[in-house]
Design a protein around this ligand. Structure first.
Ligand code: PBG
Length: 337
């Protein structure tokens, strides 16, 4: 026994990592990162009509909701201390067209939701996406001409849509369509319309990912999408390109950066935070959520434990916060502690 101890001390030079792990109180004392309710942004899906909560099969526990229900959800989120919502519309198929023209309707579903939420719950932040995919008949994020998602014309349109979103009450515009030059164009448009205080959270590094499947079901774009989004989203193989892309967004005036998906791209979170020091967020996307829920439902993992572990991993990777479908579930658990 004594010899063994001696041997380990010789190897470790008397440095024993387990001393700080020996009890709950030491572990709490040395814990480097913590998840709090202030770290959470809750993405929600809006549908037309009223009084409806509609479950999304691939996202157990997540509902599409009508604007009135979204207002109730916003109240609940605010009561729990969740700082902000990110809203996504699932509009009628008849309203979707080649150019996503409904994005330019002042009173479209997303704008009605922002107005209603801000009126009833002024203290919760509302973050809106200006990508065109919820509005196009082909499910692409931009305007499709022939086989091309045309960049500049799309940028012009999303910048105009951003102004309507800000008019309706959105606090932060979050463009996810990855067109070149969009951040600068949106900043200019917002400023010209007097929306200097409306921020921009850039989906700076959005990867061409398989993890978006359930989201496309949630807003009914999955069946519509022709081809893929490889000509505008980033190749999952490319980290340095992602940093360069984010650098342009920073130069153009992004207030915050986002990495999407989240968990498979923690290296990117870390690199962006190190490189730019801007508030940096990860989007734990639908597929990440679905995987955890499915494995938990099968009894293969402890769902709560994995949920908290993944969210903490984002903090460790340098993120200031996380967009997550777990937001309310986590906030409730944190409140109980
Ligand atoms: C598209 C958009 C996507 C998500 C949000 N906005 C990806 C896509 O469909 O290509 C994904 C969110 C998620 O998976 O949770 N502008």
């Amino acid at each position: 026994m004594e010899n063994k101890t001696h041997l380990v001390d010789e190897i470790t030079g008397h440095r024993r990592m387990r001393r700080n792990r020996k009890a709950d109180w030491t572990r709490r004392l040395v814990q480097e990162n913590r998840l709090t309710v202030d770290d959470l942004i809750w993405p929600i899906f809006i549908i037309p009509g009223s009084g409806i909560l509609e479950p999304i099969p691939a996202m157990p526990g997540v509902n599409r909701m009508t604007v009135d229900k979204a207002v109730e959800a916003a109240k609940e989120a605010a009561d729990l201390g969740i700082p902000a919502l990110a809203t996504f519309p699932n509009i009628e198929m008849e309203l979707r067209d080649e150019t996503g023209s409904n994005s330019l309707e002042k009173n479209n579903l997303i704008n009605l939701a922002s107005a209603a939420i801000k009126k009833a719950v002024p203290n919760i932040g509302v973050i809106t996406d200006v990508a065109l995919d919820p509005f196009t008949s082909h499910g692409h994020d931009g305007i499709l001409r022939g086989n091309d998602i045309v960049n500049d014309e799309t940028v012009e349109q999303v910048a105009r849509a951003a102004v309507y979103q800000a008019d309706a009450g959105a606090d932060i515009i979050a463009p996810s369509e990855m067109m070149d030059g969009r951040i600068g164009a949106i900043r200019q448009a917002l400023d010209a319309a007097g929306h200097q205080s409306v921020g921009i959270m850039s989906y700076a590094t959005k990867f061409s990912s398989g993890f978006y499947g359930p989201y496309r079901e949630a807003i009914s774009t999955g069946g519509l999408l022709k081809g893929d989004k490889k000509t505008y989203y980033i190749d999952p193989a490319n980290g340095t390109e992602a940093v360069r892309d984010a650098a342009l967004d920073v130069e153009e005036g992004a207030d915050m950066l986002m990495v999407k998906p989240g968990l498979p791209y923690l290296d990117i979170c870390w690199r962006l935070k190190e490189a730019f020091g801007l508030p940096t967020f990860a989007y734990q996307v639908s597929g990440e959520y679905a995987m955890i829920k499915a494995a938990a439902a099968n009894g293969w993992i402890d769902g709560d434990k994995v949920m908290l572990e993944t969210l903490l991993a984002f903090k460790r990777a340098g993120c200031d916060g996380i967009l997550t479908y777990f937001a309310v579930e986590v906030a409730r658990q944190l409140a109980r502690k």
